[in-house]
Design a protein around this ligand. Structure first.
Ligand SMILES: [Zn+2]
Length: 75
């Protein structure tokens, strides 16, 4: 279903990121180019630690844990 998108990005390398949780932060890391960034799931803050290979397409960057794990203050 993503055929059009794939055609746009055929020149890009595809890297699959690993992700894990460290306290309030979710870490995304690519072992191929050392791309690394972290996302604070409480505040939504994103910090880029290592830009890695700039023109690579990184996948596997979705938040890996279940949404019911997050406590959201609706007040
Ligand atoms: Zn990479």
């Amino acid at each position: 279903m993503d055929n059009k998108r794939k055609e746009m990005f055929t020149d890009l390398e595809r890297h699959v990121c690993q992700s894990w949780q460290e306290g309030d932060w979710v870490i995304f890391y690519c072992s191929e180019c050392e791309f690394k960034r972290k996302l604070n799931w409480k505040t939504g803050e994103v910090k880029l630690i290592n830009p890695g290979q700039f023109d690579a397409l990184h996948s596997g960057m979705n938040i890996p844990f279940q949404s019911e794990h997050i406590q959201i203050d609706s007040n």
